[in-house]
Structures are given as C-alpha cells and as structure tokens.
Ligand binder design. Structure first.
Ligand SMILES: Nc1ncnc2c1ncn2[C@@H]1O[C@H](COP(=O)(O)OP(=O)(O)OP(=O)(O)O)[C@@H](O)[C@H]1O
Ligand SMILES: [Mg+2]
Length: 548
C-alpha cells in the first residue's frame, strides 16, 4: 500500500501509514490511480481492487468494461485518423499584408517594431472576429484569413470584403487618434500603418498538415495563392477581388474593374476588381432589387391575405403578420409586393432590419432606421445630427419631456442644449427609450396608416425585441400593420392573439417553379432538358432558381 502523503510503502491491508499515520489510499495495479482505502474498484479504470470482487460476476463486468475501454481506444484512434481526412469545401480567403514593413523594420528599434506589428495584428484580429473569420496563419506581418471555415455562413464573401474595408478604416482611425496625441520623445511621429488586401473565393481541400513537431489546419489549392497574388496587386489601403468573389458580392459593394491581370503561377489572366465602397444595399434582396427582380410568380393567396390585413389596419384595427420561411423562400419579396401596394395608397413605410453582424448591438435596427430616416451623412457633425433629430421630433407631440434627450443618447449625440441631464439608471433609461420609440410609432399612425416592417427577426437583439413586444401590445388600436419576417430558427415569443396572424411560406409548386424558371431563363430553355433539370434540382426554392 502506498501512502499518498509521505510516499512510504506499507504492508498490504494496512489502513493507516506506518510512517505518518495518514489514511492509506489504494493504488490501482492496472492504471496506477490512487483510490480511497474502501474502494472495491478503481475509480479511473474499474479494475477490481479487493479479493472479494475478483469473483466471476465482477470479472464479467470488468471484461465488459475492458471492451468499453477497447471501444474508446478504437474511437480515439478513429478520431486521430479522421484528423488526417481532408475536407473539400468552398472558401473565401483574405490575404492582408502590411505596406513597407521592411522600411519600418529599418527605422524602428526591434522592440518598437514588435509593438507596432502587435497593434496592427490586434486591430485586424478584432475586425476579423466580428465577421467570424478564422486567422489561419500569421506570415510575418501578413495574415491569411478564412471565411467559411470552420463555420460556413451564407454570406462569407460579403463578410470577407466587409472585414477588409473595416481593417483599412480601423488602421486609418488609429492613425488619426495617434496624430491627435502629443508627439513622441525627440519629436518623432508615430508610424501610420497601411495594408494591401486580396480576396478570392474557390474550392480548397482543408485539413491538417505538417509534421508531428508542428501541425496546422490549412487550406490547400489555388485559392489561397490567388488571394495572396491579388494582395500583391492592390494599391495601399485598398481591397482587390477576383471576379468570382466580385460576382458573389455584386450589388453589395461598388467595384471598379481593373481588367485582366496575369498573376504569378496562374496560367490564364484573371479579371480583377478594386472595391470602391460598400453600396447602400443592406441585404442580398436589396442588392438583387437594384439589379432587377424576377417578375412575381404565384403567391396569390398570400398577397390576398396581406392586403386583407392591411385593409383592416387602415380602418384602425391594427394587425400583426408573422411571415416565416426558410432562407430564400420569398419573405422579403412579399414584403416588397405589399410595400408597392401601400405606397400607392399614400401610407407611411417604416423598415427595421436586423443584421447578422449586429445581433449583440442594442437597438441596432432602430438606430439604423433613424440614421436613414434623419438622413445623417458621413460629413455631418454631431451638432448637425442633433439639429436634424430635433427638427424631426418637433413635428410630434411626445408625452414626456425627456424624449429628445433619450433619443439623442440612443444615437450617441450630445444632449440638447438646456435639457436636464439624464440621471436614470441604465435599465430605466432603456425602458424609457423603448417607450419613447413606441410612442413615436403610435403617433405616426395617427397621421397616416403605417406599414411597419421588421425584417429578419432571427438576428434581432434583445432590447429591440422588448421594444417590439411593447409595440405589438399597442397595435390593435392603431392604424398600423406590423409585418415581421423570420426564418424557422426564430420562435416568436408572443402568445396567439386575434390581431396576430402567422403565415408560413412554402416552396413553390411545380407549375410556379416552371413559370419562374421560364421567367429567369427565357421560355425556350424551359422546354429543353436543362430547364427541366433546373426545375427538378431547385425543388421550388425561388432563390435557388435565380442562382442556377
Ligand atoms: N414568388 C416569387 N416570384 C419571383 N421571384 C421570387 C419569388 N419569391 C422569391 N423570389 C426571388 O427569390 C429571391 C429570394 O427571395 P427573398 O430574398 O425574398 O427570400 P427570403 O425569404 O427573404 O430569404 P432570407 O431569409 O435569406 O431573407 C429574391 O431575388 C426574390 O425576388
Ligand atoms: Mg429576406
């Protein structure tokens, strides 16, 4: 028997250590684990520890346990081998490199250089994390980033391009902040950092590579090389895209074509684009709408129901429609159809759009709506923005005097002149802000019937959802139709009520799917084999029909 306290060996059967009087533990003969003196089986591996349990019954259990252990070992070996299995998938790769790093290293002391590179990498990593990108490698001061691994998103290309633009913006704002700081000792100026970024999308094989000394999960194939070469073509502080990525983000970003370019190691010239800016389109649907939508197919019943609910709302019996369905099924399209109808009738249209990138940002859809409604521009000073807000609020009668202050705070603007300071607790301030916004919407509905859309509630933040719940309680007595769209992974938290209808959109039936293929491809194709294949493969999902 082994004493865990003093390490001495004791005679078998001893209960206390003969050297130090500590209670003795039983060491398992099989795995070496220490067990309590009264243990019959090892707590680690179930090996019998006393003579009485070494009979046949326990032997069987022990054998079974060994089988389990064998099984586990096998599973472990299987997992180890699976790490060798590479996966084929589509990936968007972003390659980012610091401009002039050799010159920097000549100018700076290595300690200072390390600090500069660290700050640059931290800035990039913060942005990349926001878009769920994965930094696969730091190559000196270059960054190899994957969008689409380990987690794939429907908008990985868009995430990559946004991340690229935001890295540039973040480094520029860092430089501005540093310029405003007092100069460094000996009158030196801090170095402003510039980057070049390349983005390409393509097939890769992703898996673990390297030796036992250093193993990494990396994507192999032409895609990362092309991204790195595109980075080499980019001017400082610009993002360059391949034609494949540009097609995936069409309508979401304004791009300038740089023409076909020969890239080292790639046999054919590639058409390359420079990203000029993010467009005003906020979703794939909006981007598609700018290019031109396919004429509406089917959905007569749904449109009929929506128009009927709208009619009720205009008479003061406010309505709520919950419109759910899988991605690309046509929710936004129906929202648009009704928008056109109510616009013709002179209704007020208000749209709150939840965003996959701002699910943790309190009141994001409301702030975004207000910024558009108040026509804030990038050049507006905070004072100009405040003036725009106050001018807009002057047209309404708010029950509470602090509405202006609350909304100014919501939009991160200075407090209105002469307004008493807001001294509420954060919780109370949030609640009062929600009440003020609901009061605003309700008053809006006294001026004209309101079509109030909340798009993509599967991405809503908790504060906005609370506000929406408050609004829904007020709807029945207003001239307001609230149209709420969401995918099946969102469960509406509201109990059924007479003014709330739930409409689930299903895939198009075969005749409608054929009609849509006809509209997208031209009727000629519909009657040949390819048209029929598209109908069969897309299985009535409108987005797939358009994409094929
Ligand atoms: N009935 C239809 N007739 C013609 N085009 C349609 C129809 N339904 C959808 N579409 C088109 O299919 C594409 C996808 O539709 P939409 O964006 O409305 O889907 P969604 O349900 O809002 O998807 P998400 O959940 O991703 O927002 C759009 O370009 C839309 O115009
Ligand atoms: Mg949509």
């Amino acid at each position: 028997m082994h004493c865990a306290r003093c390490g001495s060996e004791n005679p078998n059967g001893a209960k206390f250590c003969i050297e130090c009087a500590a209670p003795l533990q039983k060491r398992c003969p099989s795995c070496g684990a220490e067990n309590l003196p009264r243990a019959k089986f090892c707590g680690e591996c179930a090996t019998p520890l006393t003579a009485e349990v070494q009979g046949s019954k326990f032997q069987v259990q022990s054998l079974e346990y060994s089988a389990v252990q064998e099984g586990l070992a096998f599973r472990h070996r299987e997992l180890e081998t699976r790490q060798d299995i590479a996966e084929r998938r589509q990936l968007t790769v972003l390659f980012c490199d610091l401009v002039g790093s050799t010159a920097l290293s000549a100018q700076l002391d290595p300690e200072e250089l390390r600090e500069v590179v660290r700050a640059y990498q931290e800035t990039c990593a913060t942005v990349i994390r926001c878009y769920d990108g994965h930094i696969a490698q730091h190559l000196g001061d270059g960054l190899l980033v994957y969008f689409g691994y380990p987690v794939a998103h429907e908008d990985d290309a868009r995430r990559a391009v946004r991340a690229g633009l935001e890295i540039i913006r973040a480094l520029q704002s860092r430089a501005r902040q540093q310029a405003a700081n007092p100069p460094l000792p000996y009158g030196r100026r801090p170095n402003s950092l510039h980057v070049r970024i390349g983005v390409h999308t393509g097939l890769v094989v992703i898996g673990e590579i390297g030796s036992s000394a250093k193993r990494e999960i990396l994507a192999l194939g032409e895609t990362p090389n092309v991204a790195a070469r595109l980075q080499g073509l980019a001017e400082p502080d610009t993002v360059v895209l391949s034609a494949v990525t540009q097609r995936l983000v069409q309508g979401l970003f304004t791009c300038e074509e740089l023409g076909p370019q020969m890239l080292k190691g790639i046999s054919t010239p590639l058409v390359v684009y420079r990203v000029v800016a993010e467009s005003a389109a906020q979703s794939r649907f909006e981007a598609a709408a700018r290019i031109g939508l396919t004429p509406l197919v089917g959905r007569e019943q749904e449109v009929g129901l929506l128009l009927e609910r709208w009619k009720h709302a205009t008479t003061g019996e406010g309505q709520v429609v919950l419109l759910s369905g899988e991605p690309g099924i046509g929710k936004s399209r129906l929202v648009q159809v009704l928008k056109e109808q109510v616009a013709a009738a002179g209704a007020t249209r208000i749209e709150f759009r939840c965003s996959p990138y701002h699910q943790n940002s309190a009141f994001y859809p409301i702030i975004d709506h207000l910024q558009r409604f108040l026509q804030f521009t990038q050049d507006d000073t905070p004072q100009t923005k405040l003036a725009k807000l106050q001018q807009a609020l002057a047209a309404y009668r708010f029950p509470h005097a602090d509405t202006g202050s609350l909304l100014a705070a919501l939009l991160s603007l200075p407090q209105p002149e002469g307004a008493p300071p807001l001294t509420l607790s954060p919780q109370k301030q949030k609640q009062r802000t929600q009440e003020a916004l609901v009061a605003w919407l309700v008053e809006e509905a006294t001026k004209a019937a309101v079509y109030c859309v909340w798009e993509d509630l599967h991405w809503v933040d908790p504060s906005s959802l609370e506000l929406l719940t408050l609004l829904l309680d007020q709807v029945p007595t207003t001239r307001l139709l609230a149209m709420l769209t969401f995918r099946p992974d969102f469960t509406p938290p509201w109990r059924p009520r007479s003014h709330i209808s739930h409409l689930t959109l299903h895939r198009l039936g075969r005749p409608q799917a054929e009609a849509m293929v006809g509209k997208v491809t031209g009727d000629n194709l519909l009657h040949d084999l390819r048209g029929q294949q598209i109908v069969a493969k897309t299985d009535g999902a409108p987005l797939f029909v358009e994409e094929m």
